[in-house]
Design a protein around this ligand. Structure first.
Ligand code: AMP
Length: 393
C-alpha cells in the first residue's frame, strides 16, 4: 500500500489523534440504535492501547449539524457506549479544538472530542482548523473509511500537519475492496436499491470484469423501461433512461417476475406477476427471478453486493432481498457487501457469513468506481511529507 499503516509508526509514549466513523444511527430519544460503527472502531483503539500510546484522542462527526452546535448531536451517548464496549474510561470533551491543555494536564488516557461538524471548517477542509485539531497529537490515524470520499479537514487537511497512517479498519476495507479489481471468476455483481444513477460508475468500472451483473430493486425498472417493458407505476428514473440504455451493453440480468401491489404499503394486497399493469408497482423481485439470481450466485467465486432487491423495510417485500442475500452470504467464494441500506437489510434480515461487510456507503461506491478517494490521497501525501518519521523497513 502506498500509504503508511500502524506498524510504520512508533506510538510508545506518543500522543495520537484518531479519526473514526462513529456516525451511529440515533433513535427519536437521541439514543444509539445501532452501535456497529463503534464496534468496528475498537480494534484500532485497542492496538494503540497495546502499543502504549500515552494519549489516544478520538474524533468523529455525528449526523448533519451543518456547522453549528446542535444539542441532540453531541457525542455524549457515543462516549458512554464506547466506554462500555472498550471497558476503559473515555473522557468526553465539550469541544474538538482548544482542548490541548485539558488533555495534557489530565491523568486520563482516552478522550473523545465533540462532534467535528459543529464547525463549518470541517466540511470546508480548512487547513487552520485541521492544524487546531492536530495540536493535541504527535501522530494521526485515519480509520474512518466511510468518510474517505470526502475532502474534509479531519480526514484530508490534517494529514499535512502530522505523520499520518491508516488504521486497521481502513486497511481491511482497502484490501477487501481492492480484491474486487482482480476477482476470481466467475465474478458476479449484484446491484439493487433505488437508483441506477448511484451504480453507473461501478457498472462501467467493474462491468467488463464481471461474468454476470444481476440487477434487482427499483433500479431494475429503469432498465426494463429503457428496454420497452411495461413497469406500471414502479419507481423509475425517467431522466436516466438513456444512461440505462447505454448500460445494456454490459448485458445485465434483469428480473422476470415481481411482487406487485397497487401501493407501497405493508397492508397492500400483493401478488406475484411477470407483467406489471398500469395500476400496480413492483416492490420486490419474484420467485423465478430469485431462483435465477441464486443459480448465478451459487456458481460464483467472487460476489459483490450493493442494494436491496426490494422494499425490504416491509416484510411483505423483503423475501427477494432475504433469499438473494442468504445465497450471497453463504457463497463458497468471496462475498463482499456494502452500502447503507444493504447493511441495514443485512442487520434486519440477520444475514451472516459475508467475507467482508464494507462500512462505507458512498466511499465503497466511489472506490469501486476506480475514483481516487481524497482522504487516501492525503495519507499518501503525508507519507511523503513526513517520510523520516516512519520506520523504513
Ligand atoms: P439504495 O440506497 O440505493 O441502496 O436504495 C435502497 C432503497 O431502495 C431502500 O429503501 C428500498 O426500500 C428501496 N427499494 C428497493 N426496491 C424498491 C422498489 N422496487 N421500489 C421502490 N423502492 C425500492
Amino acid at each position: 500500500m502506498p500509504f503508511k499503516t500502524l506498524e510504520d509508526l512508533d506510538f510508545e509514549g506518543g500522543k495520537v489523534i484518531v479519526r473514526l466513523d462513529l456516525n451511529v444511527s440515533l433513535g427519536n430519544d437521541g439514543r444509539i440504535t445501532d452501535s456497529s460503527r463503534i464496534r468496528a472502531s475498537l480494534p484500532t483503539i485497542r492496538y494503540l492501547i497495546g502499543k502504549k500510546a500515552s494519549k489516544i484522542v478520538l474524533m468523529s462527526h455525528l449526523g448533519r449539524p451543518d456547522g453549528k452546535v446542535v444539542e441532540g448531536l453531541r457525542m455524549d451517548h457515543v462516549a458512554v457506549e464506547l466506554q462500555k464496549l472498550l471497558k476503559r474510561k473515555v473522557v468526553k470533551l465539550n469541544d474538538c479544538i482548544g482542548v490541548k491543555s485539558i488533555i495534557d494536564s489530565s491523568n486520563d488516557r482516552i478522550f473523545l472530542l465533540e462532534n467535528l461538524r459543529f464547525y463549518p471548517e470541517e466540511e470546508e477542509n480548512d487547513a487552520t482548523f485541521a492544524g487546531k485539531l492536530s495540536e493535541v497529537a504527535d501522530f494521526y490515524v485515519n480509520d474512518a473509511f466511510g468518510c474517505c470520499h470526502r475532502a474534509h479537514a479531519s480526514v484530508a487537511a490534517i494529514t499535512g500537519h502530522l505523520p499520518s497512517c491508516a488504521g486497521l479498519l481502513l486497511q481491511k476495507e482497502i484490501k477487501s475492496l481492492s480484491g474486487l479489481f482482480n476477482p476470481e471468476h466467475p465474478f458476479v455483481i449484484v446491484l439493487g436499491g433505488a437508483k441506477v444513477s448511484d451504480k453507473v460508475g461501478i457498472i462501467r468500472n467493474l462491468g467488463k470484469k464481471a461474468d454476470k451483473i444481476l440487477v434487482g430493486g427499483a433500479m431494475a425498472f429503469t432498465f426494463l423501461k429503457a428496454k420497452g417493458v411495461n413497469v406500471g407505476k414502479s419507481r423509475v428514473e425517467l431522466d436516466k433512461l438513456d444512461v440505462a440504455r447505454g448500460l445494456l451493453e454490459y448485458d445485465p440480468v434483469l428480473p422476470t417476475d415481481f411482487v406487485i401491489a397497487d401501493r407501497m404499503d405493508p397492508e397492500a394486497r400483493s401478488t406475484i406477476s411477470s407483467y406489471i399493469p398500469d395500476s400496480s408497482l413492483g416492490l420486490d423481485i419474484g420467485p423465478e427471478s430469485v431462483r435465477s439470481f441464486i443459480a448465478q450466485i451459487s456458481r460464483a467465486r467472487t460476489v459483490v453486493w450493493n442494494g436491496p432487491m426490494g422494499v425490504f423495510e416491509m416484510d411483505k417485500f423483503a423475501k427477494g432481498t432475504r433469499d438473494v442475500g442468504k445465497a450471497i452470504s453463504g457463497s463458497k467464494g468471496r462475498s463482499v457487501a456494502g452500502g447503507g441500506d444493504t447493511l441495514a437489510a443485512i442487520e434486519k434480515l440477520k444475514l451472516r457469513g459475508f467475507t467482508h461487510k464494507s462500512t462505507g456507503g458512498g466511499a465503497m461506491l466511489e472506490f469501486l468506481e476506480g475514483r481516487e478517494l481524497p482522504a487516501i490521497k492525503a495519507l499518501q501525501q503525508s507519507a511523503k511529507k513526513f517520510a523520516k518519521r516512519f520506520f523504513t523497513l
